[in-house]
Design a protein around this ligand. Sequence first.
Ligand SMILES: *C1O[C@H](CO)[C@@H](O)[C@H](O)[C@H]1NC(C)=O
Ligand SMILES: *[C@@H]1O[C@H](CO)[C@@H](O)[C@H](O)[C@H]1NC(C)=O
Ligand SMILES: *[C@@H]1O[C@H](CO)[C@@H](O)[C@H](O)[C@H]1NC(C)=O
Ligand SMILES: *[C@@H]1O[C@H](CO)[C@@H](O)[C@H](O)[C@H]1NC(C)=O
Ligand SMILES: *[C@@H]1O[C@H](CO)[C@@H](O)[C@H](O)[C@H]1NC(C)=O
Ligand SMILES: CC(=O)N[C@H]1CO[C@H](CO)[C@@H](O)[C@@H]1O
Length: 819
Amino acid sequence: MRLLPLFLSAILTVALVIVLNMQLPVGNSKTPRLGYFLSPQQGFWQNAESVATSFDGTVKVQGLQGKAEVFFDDRLVPHIYAASDKDAYYIQGYLHAKFRLWQMEFQTRVASGRLSEILPGKDKLEYDKFMRRFGMVYGAEHSLAAMEADTTTKAAMDAYTAGVNAYISQLKDNELPFEYKLLDYRPEPWTNLKTALFLKLMSLDLAGGGNNDLLATNTKNFFGFDKYKKLFPEAVDSLSPIVPSGTLFKMPAVNPAAPKDLDSAYIGKTTAFNTIAPVNPDPNNGSNNWTVAGSRTQSGRPILCNDPHLGLNLPSLWYEVQITTPTHSVYGASFPGTPAVIIGFNDSCAWGVTNSERDVKDYYEIKFRDSTMQQYWAEGEWKNSSFRDEIIKIKDQPDNIEHIAVTGYGLVMYDDHYKATDSTGKCYAVRWKATDSSNELLTFCKLDKAHNHADYLDAISTFECPGQNFAFATKSGDIAICQQGKFVAKWNRQGEFVMPADSGYRWQGYIPNAENPQLYNPAEGYVSSANQMAVDSTYPYYLGSANNFPPYRGWIINHKLAAMHGITIKDMEAMQTDNEDVFAEMARPVLLKLLDQGRLTEAEKKYLDFYIAWNLRDDIGEQGPTIFNAWWDNLKQQTWGDEYAQSRLPLQAPVNSTLLESLLRDGNFVLADNINTKDTVETMKDNVLIAFQKAVKQLAILEKEGKLAWGAYKDTHISHFTKLEVLGRTHLPIGGGTFAINATRSDHGPSWRMIVQLTDTTEAYAVYPGGQSGNPGSKYYDSFVDKWVQGNYYPLLFITKEAALHNSRIKWHLTFTNA
Ligand SMILES: *C1O[C@H](CO)[C@@H](O)[C@H](O)[C@H]1NC(C)=O
Ligand SMILES: *[C@@H]1O[C@H](CO)[C@@H](O)[C@H](O)[C@H]1NC(C)=O
Ligand SMILES: *[C@@H]1O[C@H](CO)[C@@H](O)[C@H](O)[C@H]1NC(C)=O
Ligand SMILES: *[C@@H]1O[C@H](CO)[C@@H](O)[C@H](O)[C@H]1NC(C)=O
Ligand SMILES: *[C@@H]1O[C@H](CO)[C@@H](O)[C@H](O)[C@H]1NC(C)=O
Ligand SMILES: CC(=O)N[C@H]1CO[C@H](CO)[C@@H](O)[C@@H]1O
């Protein structure tokens, strides 16, 4: 019952959070039943789990093909031994529900725009509308059809759903997860559609790249296309791509033609758009992964490393599991909400996944004939639209109906009823690849069973959206990487801005899988990806503006790997938690060159000295990263804040690499002048000085507050979904940063660190910032956090059933039999 004091303080906070964040009406009958929440028999007290809780037992269920055994190890990782794949997925569903039910359900509620049912409030309704109009449910329905048309994935989902529901049906009121009691609702039955919705939520989160069409359109209109191109270039100088420069690419199979009216109808056209999509995935939802071949390792066998960087939440996005059936045996990270292992290894191979950041959604301007939206103008004629009504149920209130027009250019997301923009009556449709039918689950079901490179290629071949980099290695010594997805073959800058609904602007075709960026046993002896552009500019297809692809982590990983030999697991651990800040390293010489040090006061010089003395690592106790961040942020503001302040509409800002590379080229930047000073023309020298002086003022305050050291300044935390502070872990003492391989920011970072060495006996290590249980009253709620904070790993136990019976790390035994 270690969490009792925590819960006492939680009660006070709960009331506040409900009032402040959840905006429930206060003091009337609609507040949650606090009496129920506090009741000793039913309420949250029942969720506290004793440290000595046993997970032994026998569960009677229906529909298993055979008896199944689950052995939990000392970290509460289940090792599932089942008579068939179906049984294993059934038990995986049961265990996901047993340990993570609220999270699974809540995430699919978010995905399907159903928050208002449990949490009324204008902000929740806005969120729900966004999800519906963006096509989350529409897309999930299409994917579900594809997943159910395939016998493998249909069987996996059916079994998984039955397993989740078996748990829900056995759940007693007093055992309901804490969050249900807090928010006063009950779980509903799981469905295959919910699994599809969960996967769509991942597509949305990982579709960070190219998500700024509306902002980019405003920005292009505000500056004009010529200046826009300088602010948002197509290439970066410091790129170290996944496929090495100099690789010869084949002639492209698809040659998209740019429309003839490009200048008048697209690039030069101005359309004001003042809405920003309320849900913008973090552009840093990225990751690192790399694989080194036996030629570079001490063991002579490949090592694969993966750490997907995502938002840090408790409970974690991941749930660790081993699944063993007569057809396969696999270990790794799974998604509560989805059957199979997503990132992991088996006896033959290991794989990891990172985000491709490619642009998979585009917006079209739609002109309707009248307000009924029944006909829209496209390709020189009036075309009929169809409709989709999305009914949003609101707790204790009448339903809200979103009447959404469906066009040949996608769902009409923005119209007169939703964030209407200008008086011209124009509407905007969104064409999102994830709303097409595709079967991403099949990829993971097949990877779990893969033995060799051919199996891997077959497994990933059906993966369409969101594009991912799949890193791969086998015991036989193969290494590979592929940026896989069904990517649209685009003409230059297609889909960067809102497009007219006309044939030349449609998606004209897809890049064949064989032409996706990929490597198989390259001479370099390693493959890696870290969200950078996958290829250089000789690749025959347009990838999207360089804005979407941060180059720095990829640069440092490739440079380090190229210099390493005799690599061991310890080397890889050290590299995954490496804090070298390569962006700061590239920036320091040019910043110091541009800074007129003669004009600094003594007080300012003090901070400059700290900065010069900095070892260029984002280590926890360093002051340099804080000084650099403050300086750089002020520099951006000083450089373009004046121009951006003049816009009535929201704009998109250039990325760090664009400014830095411009400085490195000629010490200049296109927006250097301060347009508010009419008589003088400022240069970047002026901006660098003013920015430093402004930064020092902020730094002096930080220093007084004791926050000059990087760890204190960055203040990493892991929040519970409800943002209840007592349920999260705050003020974590860790280093790392956006540009370091150790990409830990304040609320974002490596979500599953895994290292697998493919020796005869697989050696695998991993850690994630969470714990196996979603119950805040359990000791396993956050049991891995400290290890993760220290940058350490757990050795993973991948064992046969016979070995499990005698292994000292196995603590509990749960048997499943048919009732
Ligand atoms: C590999 O890197 C890509 C980004 O290039 C990222 O999307 C993916 O999650 C990474 N995979 C691993 C296993 O870290
Ligand atoms: C991606 O980033 C957003 C914004 O930071 C965050 O809310 C979301 O949880 C991230 N996605 C995942 C899967 O962590
Ligand atoms: C469009 O709808 C109108 C009436 O709603 C109908 O008369 C017409 O045949 C439809 N056109 C097409 C191409 O379906
Ligand atoms: C740009 O650089 C600043 C450091 O000054 C950093 O805080 C920010 O996260 C960077 N932006 C991106 C998108 O990486
Ligand atoms: C890297 O990040 C981890 C947290 O994930 C942190 O514990 C560790 O201290 C960092 N490494 C270094 C060298 O700071
Ligand atoms: C630890 C474990 O379960 N190993 C199994 C991995 O899969 C192979 C078959 O592909 C089995 O032979 C191993 O026993």
